[in-house]
Write a protein that binds this ligand. Structure first.
Ligand code: ADP
Ligand code: ZN
Length: 616
């Protein structure tokens, strides 16, 4: 509809411009003459005909050479004109006033055109160029639940998030009963995760499960060109919510409104700030007992204004993760429900081939495959189409950055296996809780260690061990691929940081001694003579550098040594990671235990088996 309107207005502009040009370009066919001149021609009998209207007389006269010349003239008050015309035998007739539209267009055309263009400009400057008339109203869309009710059956691979949302559903189903039982309900729920992981879908499913209306709006719609428009839209959204309680309000892209205020030099953005304030006011003002729940989604929880996350606002945070192998298979199942699959289609294999895909990528993939099959006039979608569709989705422009190739997956697996194995091999380090090679935020994978108890003091040994674990990832990459990648940047940064602290803050270096050589805060600011503030000499600085380097180097060689000695275990762990993508602590335990039982000779024969297989 919007596109249609846009197209229409574009045409209007083109037509108007064309009309204007036509008018400007038209040759002046009527010679403009003075009224007195006209009378002269008339009296000398040259005028042939005249078309008389109130404001203009047009006609033609014969000039001296006998040519017919068209003329026009502005008449003056002349009651005897008709008499004279008759006397000289001129053909004449009257004309009614021009119709008003053409007068307006002819006289005001350029101005109108200008206004029109200006109007269009303003409109397109506003987000998305939507209707300009409904400024203050929210664009919250009410989803008709009876038509396309989404339930939890349509959302796959996010079991934990579903679990956490159960409570909200119970509340929305019967707010009174829920409160009688003493349940306390959060006002706002924040869903966060990468784009396309199904946050919107989940919110809709909550409304669908509870059977309540679902209003959705996008944060970017709240930030308009005119100050105050966004705020009034927010107000309107909440009014609608109250009117329709119990119901669910959903705000997508919360970060568009909810960015940290005062962020960046040069102050804030007035409109956004006002909108954000309005949102906070509304959230504080409404009572959950009214039966309205607000769910918001973002892929940048880190940039949100802390005020939004305070108790009584979005105080429940639910992560919607990128799907793992099983999750992807489940999502594939959901999206292939309506599609006829050939017997050769194995969803497990497809899931395995699509690391890094999120829900929307998979929906896309299934769609592409179905289209390809339709083009070939096939009765069912075959594996071949899925294979091609995977390539297409991966090649898609926006997806590219998120997709992980088979080789990258292997590198990431070895990297994380390196962290894990080093941690396992050094006694006394925190137990491994989870290892994952599913990207999360900027990290391509992660190894999660959880301490058994809270600690307030760390020994030098503990810190060095931790450092060794940090460096284990890169060591494993080096060992396996004989090459370095950029993936370990964060590890190195952290390792350096720790080592620096050991030397400068904890006094753990023998050479430097038990001194605190913290950098002065003022060093950070420019414009000050910070050389004077430096708490240590150039020589000490060099020594610090050396010591930091030594600590990191030592830990690195230790990690490498550990991994070299246990290469078989490393391979096993990496392989398991590539297969399952996520391993929990016990699984890691199992895999490593198993690896020990395999003797070197056995391992050889296994490798041979594998080689045979791959040669086939
Ligand atoms: P987000 O709001 O997180 O950006 P959406 O909810 O808009 O993602 O997801 C877009 C589409 O991708 C959905 O309409 C659905 O078809 C598909 N999709 C995403 N996640 C899932 C999922 N977990 N299960 C099934 N389909 C999904
Ligand atoms: Zn790492």
């Amino acid at each position: 509809m919007n596109k249609f309107l846009k197209g229409l207005s574009l045409w209007l502009i083109i037509i108007l411009v064309a009309m204007l040009f036509a008018r400007l370009m038209r040759p002046q066919e009527h010679k403009e003459i003075d009224y007195s001149e006209f009378k002269n021609y008339l009296r000398s009998g040259q005028v042939v005909e005249a078309l008389i209207s109130e404001a203009l007389i047009k006609g033609s006269f014969k000039n001296e050479k006998g040519e017919l010349v068209k003329f026009k003239t502005v008449p003056v008050e002349d009651p005897k004109l008709v008499e004279e015309l008759e006397a000289y035998g001129v053909k004449y007739k009257g004309e009614v006033k021009k119709n008003w539209l053409s007068v307006v267009l002819l006289n005001f055309g350029p101005i109108l055109l200008f206004i029109f263009i200006w109007f269009m400009l303003i409109r397109s400057m506003q987000a998305g160029g939507k209707q300009a008339m409904s400024f203050g109203r929210t664009r919250a869309k009410l989803m008709d639940q009876s038509k396309q009710r989404v339930t939890f059956k349509d959302v796959a691979g996010v079991e934990e998030a579903k679990e956490e949302l159960q409570e909200i559903i119970a509340f929305l189903k019967d707010p009174k009963k829920f409160q009688k039982l003493g349940g306390k309900i959060p006002k706002g729920v924040l869903l966060y995760g990468a784009p396309g992981t199904g946050k919107t879908l989940l919110a809709r499913a909550v409304a669908g499960e509870a059977g309540v209306p679902f209003f959705s709006a996008s944060g970017s719609e709240f930030v308009e060109m005119f100050v105050g428009v966004g705020a009034s839209r927010v107000r309107d959204l909440f009014t609608q919510g109250r009117k329709n309680a119990p119901c669910l309000l959903f705000v997508d892209e919360l970060d568009a409104v909810g960015r940290h205020r005062f962020a960046g030099i040069g102050g804030g953005h007035d409109e956004r700030e006002q909108t954000l304030n309005q949102l906070l006011v509304e959230m504080d003002g409404f009572d959950t007992r009214e039966g309205v729940i607000l769910i918001a989604a973002t892929n940048r929880p880190d940039v949100l204004d802390p005020a939004l996350l305070r108790p009584g606002r979005f105080d429940r945070h639910i992560m919607v993760p990128n799907p793992d192998l099983n999750g992807r298979e489940e999502i594939l199942k959901v999206h292939t429900r309506q599609i006829k699959l050939a017997p050769d289609v194995d969803l497990k294999v497809i899931a395995r081939r699509t690391p890094g895909f999120v829900g929307s990528d998979i929906a896309n993939l299934v769609n592409e495959a179905a289209l390809l099959a339709a083009r070939e006039d096939k009765k069912a979608v075959e594996m071949k189409e899925f294979e091609e569709a995977i390539d297409r989705v991966i090649a898609g422009p926006q997806r590219k950055s998120r997709m992980i190739s088979e080789r990258e997956k292997k590198i990431i697996a070895y990297h994380e296996a390196g962290h894990t194995l080093v941690a396992k091999l050094i006694p006394g380090t925190d137990p491994i809780h989870k290892v994952s090679i599913i990207p999360r935020g900027p990290a391509l994978g992660y190894t999660l260690q959880l301490p058994l108890e809270d600690k307030y003091l760390s020994t030098k040994t503990e810190i060095t061990n931790k450092l060794t674990v940090f460096l284990g990832g890169r060591a494993a990459e080096e060992l396996t691929f004989n090459e370095l990648t950029t993936g370990a940047e964060n590890d190195l940064h952290q390792a350096t940081e720790i080592a620096h602290k050991m030397v400068c803050e904890y006094g753990m270096s023998d050479k430097v001694g038990p001194l605190t050589l913290r950098k002065k805060e003022s060093e950070i600011f420019l414009g000050r003579d910070f050389a004077k503030e430096k708490a240590y000499s150039e020589k000490t600085a060099q020594m610090i550098d050396q010591e930091v380097r030594k600590i990191v180097e030592d830990c690195r060689s230790r990690a490498k040594e550990l991994l070299t000695k246990n290469k078989a275990k490393l391979d096993r762990l990496a392989k398991a990671l590539m297969e399952k993508e996520i391993l929990v602590g016990e699984e890691v335990e199992q895999i490593l235990k198993h690896a020990q039982e395999v003797s070197p000779s056995e391992r050889k024969s296994r490798t041979r088996d594998r080689n045979k297989k791959s040669r086939k």
